[in-house]
Design a protein around this ligand. Structure first.
Ligand code: ATP
Ligand code: MG
Length: 421
């Protein structure tokens, strides 16, 4: 029979990699906790309408990349392409507006987007993210950046740069969009097809176009940052001041946009200095209009999402130290079938005490058992036979020091508990 392969754009994370994943997850949860963020877990799929409203009908994600299906009840469902929409839905559904403000949440999710497979671009991928609701000022924006900065530093990630921008509020953006359209009008026929539709629906998004044909016009276009209203300008200045106060370095990049109406003011990205277009590890921004758009009271909010695959790729490239997969501490070999039962009992006892222990499951010869233990790379081996059971004394062999020591079962337990810490 022919073999079935994993769907295009998905990948298995094998045991040799999971230690690094678990480590990144642990450090992220830990850093988030220090900043007062609590974990939220949201469903993998939601009603399609949530993303149409929450991510925005005019975005590439909604127009081209969603995994949408009809369930058996005839409802349109979509595998989440990102986390913010689901978190906002949950915020409203669970009355979090009455929780002490600001409400700070973090998540660790899989996300699904129907995209062209490339390095660092998958159809199922993982995101870490944070959302903070209820604080409009730029202090929380800078605090969020400092959380990311600390997370990267604790993982040993260097060579990432922070780019920031402001995309204003609906008032200054409406004026700017007019200006942008006037500027683009004479070049409209030279822009790509997608940008031609963006021109009417969401002109700001043209600034984000990566098509080589559009680049020259984009580069010359007026920037929203130069056209902010006084309130948005003050907010941006405040953000910069807060970053300076915390000693966080940044570059102002007028080309970063998030082309949704309810994204407002602060936007930022952490970009790797050596990966090309897939170099954005993390993107974030303020969405002061989103909660209201989803049916809640107007509530300011800000968040980011970080691509875990890209983060780990980057860590590997920068040769950051990551923990190795935890191995087995002790192998208990059995000599003879009577001893095998005792070996299994003692193995279970060690495991109960918290020790990583293994014993034979394949009725192998003593020689084969020890060969297997060698392949596992265990720190210690013990052989249990009739003699050991009779005398209550075993020889614990240290495979690293190449020496062995005779002791009671209890003494060995003590030593192994300590050695497994
Ligand atoms: P890009 O410009 O690379 O398509 P994006 O703007 O679509 O990114 P966001 O929606 O801001 O990405 O998602 C946040 C982060 O999630 C990205 O910075 C990236 O690290 C990661 N990410 C997004 N799409 C993918 C994907 N298809 N595969 C792997 N990681 C992804
Ligand atoms: Mg994308």
């Amino acid at each position: 029979m022919s073999k079935i392969s994993a769907p295009k754009g998905t990948r298995d994370i094998l045991p040799s990699e999971t230690a690094a994943w678990q480590y990144a997850e642990r450090v992220f949860a830990d850093v988030c906790g220090r900043f007062g963020y609590q974990e939220i877990r949201i469903p993998t799929f939601e009603q399609t309408e949530l993303f149409q409203r929450g991510v925005g009908d005019t975005t590439d994600v909604v127009q081209k990349e969603m995994y949408t299906f009809e369930d058996k009840g005839g409802r349109s469902m979509t595998l989440r392409p990102e986390g913010t929409a689901g978190v906002v839905r949950s915020y409203l559904e669970n009355g979090m507006a009455s929780w002490p403000s600001p409400v700070r949440l973090f998540y660790n999710i899989t996300a699904f987007r129907y995209e062209k497979m490339q390095k660092g671009r998958y159809r199922e991928f993982h995101q870490f993210g944070c959302e903070a609701f209820g604080s409009a000022g730029p202090v929380v924006d800078a605090e969020m950046v400092s959380l990311l900065d600390l997370f990267f530093r604790e993982l040993g990630l260097k060579e990432t740069s922070l780019r920031i921008n402001s995309i204003g509020c609906p008032t200054c953006r409406a004026e700017y969009n007019q200006k942008l359209k006037e500027y683009l009008k004479p070049h409209l026929d030279k822009l790509c097809d997608t940008c031609q539709t963006r021109y009417d629906k969401n002109p700001l998004r043209i600034i984000d176009c990566k098509e080589p044909g559009c680049r020259p016009y984009v580069q010359e276009a007026p920037a929203l940052l130069d056209n902010l209203c006084p309130d948005c300008q003050a907010h941006f200045n405040g953000f910069c001041n807060n970053l300076d106060e915390l000693g966080l370095k940044y570059t102002i990049d007028k080309g970063i946009v998030r082309g949704l109406d309810y994204y407002t003011r602060t936007v930022f990205e952490f970009v790797s200095e050596h990966v090309g277009t897939q170099g954005t590890i993390c993107g974030g921004g303020r969405y002061d209009g989103l909660v209201a758009e989803m049916g809640g009271q107007p509530t300011p909010g800000i968040g980011f999402a970080l691509g875990v695959e890209r983060l780990l790729m980057e860590l590997q490239q920068q040769q950051a130290t990551m923990p190795d997969p935890a191995g087995i501490t002790v192998y208990i070999a059995a000599l003879g079938s009577g001893a095998a039962a005792e070996a299994r009992r003692w193995t279970l006892r060690l495991r109960t005490l918290g020790v990583r222990a293994e014993t034979d499951l394949l009725q192998r010869s003593l020689k084969a058992q020890l060969k297997y233990a060698g392949k596992l790379g265990v720190r210690y081996t013990v052989v249990i036979g009739e003699d050991e059971i009779k005398t209550g004394k075993i020889k614990l062999k240290d495979m690293r020091q190449h020496c062995e020591q005779e002791m009671s079962f209890e003494q060995a337990e003590q030593l192994l508990i300590e050695g497994d810490e």
